[in-house]
Design a protein around this ligand. Structure first.
Ligand code: BV8
Ligand code: ZN
Length: 244
């Protein structure tokens, strides 16, 4: 299932950079964005994950995020998350970049995580940027407001918004200098995060994709491992002699 090249490379303590997307959380029960049960299916991304959508329909957007938090509150990381936390302990230069906002990598024990699209458990004031912890909102509730009078929103990156500069710059630096890049559970179409595996490949890294289907990135990858990340990652570590 795994190439000799990949197994040999893993034995040399390579610099590793990983990009994860919604597919890594699918086996935990978090609906993906564009899959058959993808969240976007009920709503178009433009309707919900944008500033305009929030300003024109804050109730709907806040209720949608609450719905997603409610799902996330009742699920556990899966073996794919745990395998990535294990990798962090077994390699001296390991960077986990995630597009996921669901906190599952942290719950699985990963320590150093670059959350390039923010975190759904965090909120902030649109006016003064003051962080606001847990927000429980039901449709019809008063809209949450900051002491400064600003509206409170989820601290995630919406379409058309910039990614957190320092976080993305660090992710880019890691992609630039890594020997081995894993693109796991992502359709690799949302930029600029989707540029990271391309940067790594251009810089000479060995590019591995783990997904249940081929994506736009598959033709560029050195190795495409087709299957659920929750099964493939533990098997990969076992084959490379890293106990999971
Ligand atoms: C920016 C946070 C500019 C919020 C998200 C045209 C119109 C408008 C915008 C654009 C446009 N063209 C390009 C753009 C830019 C846009 C973009 O790339 N759009 C795409 C859709 C074309 N990008 C942006 O707007 C970004 N900002 O460009 O700003 C700018 C520049 C300077 C100054 C000012 C502004 C911001 C993008 C971030 C948007 N926020 N999420 C929230 O979560 O609510 S994006 C959202 O998509 C999630 O973060 C998600 O992670 C991300 C990517 O999706 P995936 O994770 O890949 O999930 P998906 O469902 O697509 O795929 C799942 C995959 O898993 C599938 O391949 C499936 O096969 C696989 N899978 C399923 N099960 C498993 C599995 N794999 C393994 N194992 C399994 N078991
Ligand atoms: Zn404020």
């Amino acid at each position: 299932m795994f190439s000799e090249t990949l197994i040999e490379l893993l034995k040399k303590d390579p610099k590793i950079c990983v990009l994860t997307g919604a597919g890594v959380s699918a086996e935990s029960g978090v609906p993906t964005f564009r899959g058959e049960n993808g969240i976007w299916k009920k709503f178009r991304a433009e309707e919900l994950a944008t500033v305009d959508a929030f300003m024109s329909n804050p109730d709907l957007v806040l209720a949608w995020y609450q719905h997603r938090r409610d799902i996330i509150d009742n699920i556990e990381p899966n073996p794919g998350h745990y395998a990535l936390a294990k990798m962090e302990k077994n390699f001296s230069d390991f960077c986990l970049v995630t597009q996921n906002v669901d906190n599952l990598h942290e719950n699985a024990g990963s320590k150093y995580i670059l959350e390039v699209h923010g975190n759904i458990m965090k909120n902030k004031c649109m006016n003064c940027n003051k962080p606001v912890e847990r927000l429980d909102f039901k449709e019809g509730d008063e809209l949450p407001e900051c002491e400064c009078g600003g509206m409170i929103r989820p601290d995630v990156v919406w379409f058309g918004e910039m990614l957190p500069q320092d976080v993305f710059e660090e992710a880019n630096r890691k992609a630039f200098q890594c020997d081995l890049f894993f693109s796991i559970g992502t359709s690799a179409i949302v930029y600029p995060a989707a540029a990271l595996p391309i940067t790594a490949k251009q810089r000479g890294a060995y590019l591995v994709e783990i997904n249940v289907t081929e994506t736009e990135l598959s033709t560029l990858a050195d190795e495409v491992l087709l299957g659920p990340s929750g099964e493939i990652l533990p098997k990969l570590l076992m084959t490379a002699g890293i106990d999971v």
